[in-house]
Design a protein around this ligand. Structure first.
Ligand SMILES: Nc1ncnc2c1ncn2[C@@H]1O[C@H](COP(=O)(O)OP(=O)(O)OP(=O)(O)O)[C@@H](O)[C@H]1O
Length: 289
């Protein structure tokens, strides 16, 4: 059996879980270039290393695509599955133990497919993904309609920003838009000098948000990630910071963020709360729910 096939079996043969066990986490930002893809890839890697089954999907076809970041070549993507030109089994790329890349497309292209028959066949196809514990989605930046569809369909929305004033303004605008569709929003402040700086920036955003948006909003800091030139170098060299440079400060910060996400999922399970799961996620995304 080929390695690709055996690694996919590891996903499909996972104890048949009830539908709805997958937590879908959308990682987004108001402004581009703040580290969304870097954080998505590393958080997914750490969760997988902790033993969760993790899928990572790119809905942001920018410069640093996830396939480039993971140094794999995606021949076909989710659009081919929507067009019935490929199956999920054919497009999914095993990356590491417990970690699979689901090559995406620009969100606009994906959302063109809302026909009920197509969606229903696609959801059947997506069945094998129900065995994932997490689906991490790297969305595009900005408050466009397509990105909002992804955020609405996800269980968790994480807004990433950096200390730059323009990025903070855009992150706030993003939080305001997301607050119309979600009461809970998580934030990561990336490229900070210290955790203290991250907390200060978050407090400023939170104060303005609570004053202008209202108390229904639960805005929480998922964590801050310190800046380190090795992170940018690692992206160029196509290595994951949390795998190859685990002793640098940002790697530790990302570990803490992944742990918080893992703990959150386990708490929800203990409380008996179901995630929405892959089927419902795609139905919501494609306008069928
Ligand atoms: N903590 C950090 N310290 C230093 N550099 C970082 C850090 N996080 C990200 N970077 C660098 O910032 C740049 C932008 O990161 P990335 O491509 O992940 O951003 P993005 O938000 O996904 O961008 P886009 O909107 O273009 O998709 C990259 O060169 C990356 O290596």
């Amino acid at each position: 059996m080929s390695t690709q096939a055996s690694k996919l079996e590891a996903l499909m043969d996972a104890q048949q879980r009830p539908a709805g066990a997958t937590r879908v986490v959308a990682i987004t930002s108001g402004k581009g270039g703040v580290g969304k893809s870097t954080l998505s890839a590393n958080i997914a890697y750490v969760l997988a290393r902790k033993g969760f089954k993790v899928g990572i999907m790119d809905a942001d076809i920018g410069l640093a695509n996830l396939d480039v970041m993971f140094n794999v070549r995606a021949e076909k993507n989710i659009l081919h599955v929507l067009k019935a030109e490929a199956t999920f089994e054919e497009i999914i790329l095993p990356l590491e133990e417990n970690l699979w890349l689901i090559p995406g497309e620009s969100g606009d292209e994906i959302l063109k497919f809302s026909d009920a028959t197509i969606v229903s066949r696609f959801i059947d196809e997506a069945q094998m993904l129900e065995n994932l514990d997490f689906l991490i989605i790297d969305t595009g930046a900005g408050i466009g309609d397509t990105i909002q569809m992804f955020l609405k369909a996800a269980d968790d929305v994480v807004v990433v920003t950096i200390p730059d004033p323009a990025a903070i303004t855009d992150a706030y605008a993003m939080v305001k838009v997301v607050s119309r569709i979600k009461n809970d929003i998580l934030m990561i402040i990336n490229q900070v000098k210290s955790a203290k700086e991250g907390l200060k920036i978050f407090d400023t955003i939170k104060k303005v948000a609570l004053g202008n948006i209202g108390d229904h909003l639960e805005l929480k800091l998922l964590g801050s990630v310190r800046s380190d030139p090795y992170v940018a170098r690692s992206v160029k060299q196509r290595v994951l910071v949390c795998k190859e440079l685990s002793n640098i400060a940002p790697a530790g910060d990302i570990e803490a963020i992944a742990k918080a996400l893992g703990d959150k999922k386990e708490h929800k399970m203990l409380e008996g709360q179901k995630e929405s799961g892959i089927g419902i996620f795609f139905k919501k995304l494609l306008g069928q729910f």
